[in-house]
Design a protein around this ligand. Structure first.
Ligand code: ADP
Ligand code: MG
Length: 314
């Protein structure tokens, strides 16, 4: 599209910052479209996330961490599908062409991409209020993707890592030991791939545990019982007053952990996988008939479940 907001040195900018080699693509940045060669027998998993300044990150956010996070949130969607991430495109709106900012952003982005075998193969760049949109493409053997709709009564409910750290870091910028939970999340890509054939359903925690588990329950047509005390949380969250702890753990967004369900027969395999990956996997409850999500406190009494994040609450 002709673009009135074209940056003066748009082509230089792309050449300088976003044209590193893409060995996993038949054709990368520089033509009218990238060319990709998916492997035979694979399905393509495609997902997009949009990050806006002032809504998803604070004005003045560190550009390196922003590059990391923009790709991390998309990698997390691949993890939740059990897909191996391969390619990404990057849409950028920039208020001005700031070379130092772009270099740092690109470093954060490419470092994350290299760790997960992803090639940046294209994008679009325009002038405008700072906005970052990444589309990611991954591969998963046909029929083996982890969907939200596969949970059945009797399945266990599992959570990776720890919940609530990102929400607490947002509320308490002084707590340096959990700052990375918010600003530089680690997507559980390897876990997602290894859960193929083990998990019955999966989702990543972007809007809060209760809300995201709720999506699995709704898609699967089931309910669940979760034990609050079994939910994993960072020490910093455990030290908080009960109301804060409950809100962060059940409704805190941006953690990018995986919540998944799996048949009880897979418990030993999942515990072995946890040890192998060096990643805690906690069994926090079970899938039930019905449609209710019950969260029980230490005395096995039902708790009020706070709502997670919603951009358009009714
Ligand atoms: P077009 O006018 O066809 O949209 P552009 O001039 O916008 O082409 O882009 C030129 C090339 O640079 C294309 O290959 C495009 O995919 C790539 N590109 C543009 N912006 C980015 C970006 N932010 N990151 C990666 N590649 C980009
Ligand atoms: Mg373009």
């Amino acid at each position: 599209m002709p673009d009135a907001g074209r940056l003066a040195s748009e082509f230089d900018l792309i050449r300088r910052h976003f044209s590193r080699p893409a060995p996993g693509a038949a054709l990368g940045v520089g033509d009218d479209a990238a060319l990709l060669r998916p492997q035979a027998g694979m399905e393509l998993a495609v997902s997009t996330d949009l990050l806006l300044e002032g809504r998803h990150f604070l004005p003045g956010a560190d550009p390196r961490r922003l590059g990391h996070k923009a790709l991390a949130v998309n990698l997390s969607d691949m993890a939740a599908m059990g897909a191996a991430p391969r390619w990404a495109t990057l849409g950028l709106a920039l208020p001005h062409a700031d070379d130092a900012w772009l270099a740092a952003f690109a470093d954060g982005f490419y470092a994350m991409a290299a760790r997960h075998g992803v090639d940046l193969v294209g994008g679009d760049t325009t002038r405008g209020p700072l906005a970052i949109s990444v589309t990611i493409l991954g591969e998963v053997p046909a029929g083996l993707a982890l969907l939200r709709g596969g949970a059945v009564p009797g399945d266990d409910i599992w959570v990776s890592g720890a919940l609530g750290g990102a929400a607490l870091a947002l509320a308490r910028p002084d707590l340096e030991d959990i700052a990375d939970r918010l600003h530089a999340p680690e997507p559980r890509v390897e876990l997602g791939e290894r859960l193929r054939g083990l998990a019955s359903a999966a989702i990543d925690v972007s809007d809060g545990f209760a809300q995201d588990l709720g999506h699995i329950l709704e898609r699967s047509g089931v309910g669940a019982v979760v034990e609050f005390d079994a939910l994993p949380a960072p020490e910093a969250v455990k030290r908080e007053a009960p109301e804060v702890r409950i809100r962060c753990t059940l409704a805190g967004g941006d953690d990018y952990e995986l919540v998944f369900t799996a048949p009880q027969a897979h418990r030993a395999d999942i515990e072995r996988l946890s040890a192998e990956l060096g990643l805690p996997l906690s069994r926090v409850g079970s899938v039930q008939p019905g449609e209710r999500l019950l969260v029980l406190d230490g005395g096995r009494q039902p708790m009020a479940v706070p709502r997670g994040f919603d951009h358009f609450p009714s």
